[in-house]
Design a protein around this ligand. Structure first.
Ligand SMILES: [Zn+2]
Length: 298
C-alpha cells in the first residue's frame, strides 16, 4: 500500500514540473484566442500553422505526443478537423479534457452544412465576430475551471479581448457598408465565408464546397462564370490555405464570355497569417480580409 502511494506521488511530481496549464489547440484561430486569454500563465501549442487547410490536415506523430501530454485540448469541431475526428475522440476517451469551441454556439445560430442530414453544420464560425464573442467566453470558462488560481488573470484578459473583438465586428460591418448592396458579392475559393456573409450582409458563393476537397464540376464553374458576367462582379478571391487552380479556371471561363474578373487578393480563411504578423492574429485577419474585399469590390 505504501509503495503504491509512493509511485503515485513521484508521478505527480514529474507532471507538476511546470505548473502552467498546458493547452493544445488545432487551428491558428483557436491558438490565437487561447494565447490571448491565457496570457503568461498558460503554455499553448497550436498544431496547425499558417497556410494549413484544417479539413485535410493529418496529425503527425509529434502532434499525437503533444495531444497526449496536454492538460486540455481545444479544437473547432463540426468536422472542420475532418481527418482528426477519431484521434480527438480517442484523446477524450483517454480522459484528457477535450473541448470543441463550436459547442459554445447554439444550434439555432449555426448555418447548415452541405450534407443533407440534420446536425450537419458549417464549421467556419469564427467569421462572425459576434459568434466569436461567445467562443471567447466559452474558452475563458474552460481555463478558469481547470486553473481557478489564475481566475483573475483570465477574467481581465477576457474582458479586454471581448471589447477588442466587439470593436472589430463594428469595423468590419462599417467597412462592408461602404460597398453598395448589389456589389456585396463575395466569391471565394471554398465555401468558408457563409457566416461572414450573414453577419456583414454579403451574398457568398464558394467555388469549392465547405471543404476544399469537394469536387468542382465544369457545370459549377460555368454557372458561377455566368453569374459573374450577368452581375458584373469585379473580383473573386483566392485563399491562402486553398489551391488557386479553381479560381484561375473560373477567371478563364469568365474571360471566354468576354468579361474580365480580377483576382481581388488572398483572403485568410481557414488559416490565419504568419505568427508575429498582424494577419497572424484574429483581429488582424478580420481587418485585412475586409480591407482587401472592399478595395477589390468598391
Ligand atoms: Zn474551410
Amino acid at each position: 500500500m505504501i509503495i503504491i502511494v509512493g509511485i503515485i506521488l513521484s508521478n505527480t511530481e514529474t507532471y507538476d514540473k511546470s505548473d502552467k496549464l498546458s493547452i493544445v489547440a488545432t487551428t491558428t484561430q483557436i491558438t490565437d484566442l487561447v494565447s490571448i486569454i491565457g496570457g503568461d500563465v498558460v503554455e499553448v501549442k497550436g498544431l496547425m500553422g499558417s497556410g494549413i487547410d484544417p479539413h485535410s490536415y493529418q496529425a503527425t506523430e509529434s502532434d499525437v505526443r503533444s495531444l497526449q501530454q496536454a492538460d486540455i485540448i481545444i479544437y473547432n469541431g463540426l468536422h472542420l478537423e475532418g481527418k482528426m475526428t477519431d484521434l480527438l475522440a480517442n484523446m477524450a476517451k483517454q480522459k484528457i479534457p477535450t473541448y470543441a469551441i463550436s459547442d459554445a454556439v447554439l444550434n439555432s445560430k449555426l448555418m447548415a452544412g452541405e450534407d443533407d442530414y440534420e446536425g450537419s453544420y458549417d464549421p467556419h464560425i469564427w467569421f462572425d465576430a459576434n459568434l466569436w464573442l461567445e467562443v471567447i467566453t466559452y474558452v475563458s470558462n474552460i481555463l478558469i475551471e481547470h486553473d481557478p488560481k489564475n481566475k483573475d488573470i483570465y477574467v481581465i484578459n477576457t474582458e479586454k479581448y471581448l471589447e477588442e473583438v466587439r470593436e472589430v465586428h463594428e469595423f468590419v460591418y462599417n467597412k462592408a457598408m461602404e460597398i453598395p448592396p448589389q456589389k456585396r458579392v463575395l466569391i471565394t475559393a471554398h465555401d468558408a465565408f457563409q457566416y461572414f456573409g450573414r453577419a456583414y450582409e454579403f451574398i457568398v458563393l464558394g467555388i469549392e464546397g465547405l471543404s476544399p476537397e469537394s469536387e468542382v464540376g465544369i457545370a459549377d464553374i460555368r454557372k458561377l462564370a455566368d453569374y459573374i458576367v450577368q452581375n458584373e462582379i469585379k473580383a473573386i478571391f483566392v485563399e491562402t490555405s486553398v489551391s488557386t487552380r479553381n479560381a484561375k479556371a473560373l477567371q478563364q471561363a469568365v474571360k471566354a464570355r468576354g468579361f474580365d474578373v480580377n483576382i481581388g487578393g488572398d483572403l485568410y480563411s481557414d488559416a490565419m497569417g504568419e505568427k508575429g504578423k498582424d494577419e497572424g492574429t484574429y483581429i488582424g485577419m478580420m481587418k485585412y480580409n475586409i480591407t482587401t474585399i472592399v478595395q477589390a469590390l468598391k
